[in-house]
Design a protein around this ligand. Structure first.
Ligand code: DGL
Length: 269
């Protein structure tokens, strides 16, 4: 048994989409979340900048005594997973792309046409293709960067017409001309506009990496007898800017759980 918290982080509020699945499945686990809301978005920044920010956050989570670091960000997983593992060899570091790639390989076959959407950094890096094709080289993959989604979501535009327009702008031709039947939401912000995507493309099968990571975390902790004991967990949500939208989002998603919100800042660049 190991009652230390699990550290989650993302460039902003996107990684919050992975947390409820874990809380529901493993209710005794305590979460320390860090959202870098002051420096989001990461996906359009240079890889060197993303690395610097990610190292700072991983050091911070390590200083909080976490038993595991979960990179609830596709951009950071694509660009920094190995680096963070090297820098923190004593803490298991899990990325969000590998469990999603497993899911794709499990449920898709050569007959499917699979789209991957994500930030510029994730798509340019090709981490999804590498991971999926290593499991099944026969799969057909297409990918597209959608850089406007994250700023819209961070600003709280999840229900608005402008977001539906942006979804169309990025996805209409991508889905139709490639005849896609499956779409991987390769950014943890995107589940917050999943309803908009699904409303426009109801036949599309959507794979959500924020959901898939829970089993990976649970499997790892169970195998090593590192699950937390039977007790009430108090979670902490840190942000580098306590933006109204971040606070609202936490309040909406976690209103039935015990948590506190805290501020933690880093240098801006
Ligand atoms: N939510 C993040 C991801 O999964 C990053 C978004 C961003 O900051 O660009 O890629």
């Amino acid at each position: 048994m190991d009652n230390r918290p699990i550290g989650f982080f993302d460039s902003g509020l996107g990684g919050l989409t992975a947390v409820p699945y874990l809380m529901e499945r493993f209710p005794h686990e305590r979460i320390i979340y860090f959202g870098d809301t002051a420096r989001t978005p990461y996906g359009s920044k240079a890889v060197g900048t993303i690395r610097q920010f990610s190292l700072e956050i991983a050091d911070f989570l390590a200083s909080q005594g976490v038993k595991m670091i979960v990179i609830a960000c596709n951009t950071v997983t694509a660009t920094c997973l190995e680096l963070l593992r090297e820098k923190h060899p004593q803490i298991p570091v899990l990325g969000i792309i590998q469990p999603a790639a497993k899911k794709v390989a499990q449920v898709c076959g050569a007959e499917n046409r699979i789209g991957i959407i994500g930030t510029k950094a994730t798509i340019e890096n090709g981490a999804y293709e590498t991971n999926i094709l290593s499991l099944n080289p026969a799969l057909t993959l297409y990918s597209k960067a959608c850089p406007l989604f994250v700023p819209l979501i961070e600003e709280g535009f999840t229900q608005d017409d402008i977001t539906a327009l942006t979804v169309r702008h990025y996805l209409e031709d991508f889905i139709k001309s490639n005849q896609l039947d499956t779409l991987v939401l390769g950014c943890t912000h995107y589940p917050l506009i999943r309803h908009q995507i699904q409303a426009l493309y109801p036949d599309l099968r959507i794979i959500d990496p924020s959901r898939e990571i829970t089993e990976e975390i649970g499997g790892y902790l169970t195998e090593r007898q590192m699950l937390a004991g039977d007790r009430k967990a108090q979670h902490v949500f840190y942000a580098s800017d306590l933006s109204e939208n971040f606070l609202n989002m936490i309040n909406t998603i976690f209103r039935h759980t015990q948590y506190r919100v805290a501020f933690k800042s880093f240098e801006l660049g």
